[in-house]
Design a protein around this ligand. Structure first.
Ligand SMILES: O=C(O)CCC(=O)C(=O)O
Ligand SMILES: [Fe+2]
Length: 223
């Protein structure tokens, strides 16, 4: 790279890797990581700024899979979503941070994470997401799920907890309040989970790290 190319290049952002190290340790020991107050403040600030600017019409009803009917989907999940493309500085910062996490995890665990996709989600009062897994063994290419929460003063009576189950037999699970600054990372195929009905509007960002499932010339995930 010559000097001009260097100057026009985006500076590489350096993030504090301590939080990534904690995630890796948790993934090794139990396959999931719950980080209360783990989101760096500049990330929560960026996400909150962007989330407050999303116009109602940008949110779409979330569906399930490629062919679904909304009525059926709504019995399973009631959230509305808005994909993060990186077209705003706030969205770009979030994607950069997640890319740094992806690199750190790949360097430590050789997971071969290849791409990342994420969206804002909004659950209006009464909405929920029934127990599900984010990926089925041997199918699809989501391998690591990430959910970050953006809600001030969330209390137990506000409902809307994430319940993360250890396996398909577990009926008790671990509950996570969707409080600002908290985020959760877990192996997508291994942990069934659900979002309990929320009593208040509940804001979050959900994302998935994927491996490269390309077969021959079919790019998957699409660029
Ligand atoms: O918002 C949450 O706590 C989890 C959302 C979720 O499970 C999903 O979008 O797949
Ligand atoms: Fe999920």
């Amino acid at each position: 790279m010559n000097r001009e190319q260097l100057a026009s290049h985006q500076p590489l952002r350096i993030f504090d890797e301590l939080i990534f190290e904690n995630i890796v340790d948790d993934l090794v020991s139990k396959g999931f990581s719950i980080q209360e107050n783990g989101l760096p403040e500049f990330i929560t600030d960026a996400l909150l700024t962007r989330q407050r600017w999303i116009a109602d019409e940008e949110y779409k009803k979330a569906g399930i899979g490629r062919s679904f009917n909304y009525q059926k989907a709504e019995e399973i999940r009631g959230d509305e979503i808005c994909w993060i493309t990186g077209s705003t500085p706030e969205g770009a910062l979030w994607l950069d941070w997640c890319a740094a996490m992806q690199n750190y995890i790949n360097r430590s665990l050789f997971m071969g994470l290849f791409s990342f996709e994420s969206h804002f989600a909004c659950y209006e009062p009464g909405k929920f997401y029934k127990r599900h897994v984010d990926a089925f063994k041997g199918q699809g290419n989501r391998v690591l799920s990430l959910v970050a929460y953006l809600n001030d003063d969330w209390k137990r009576e506000d409902g809307g907890e994430l319940v993360l189950y250890a396996d398909s037999e577990d009926l008790i699970g671990t509950r996570v309040l969707p409080k600002i600054g908290t985020f959760v990372v877990f192996l997508s195929e291994d942990f069934p989970h659900e979002v309990l009905p929320a009593a208040r509007t509940r804001h979050s960002v959900a994302g998935w790290f994927r491996v490269n499932g390309s077969v021959n010339d079919n790019l998957d995930p699409p660029r």
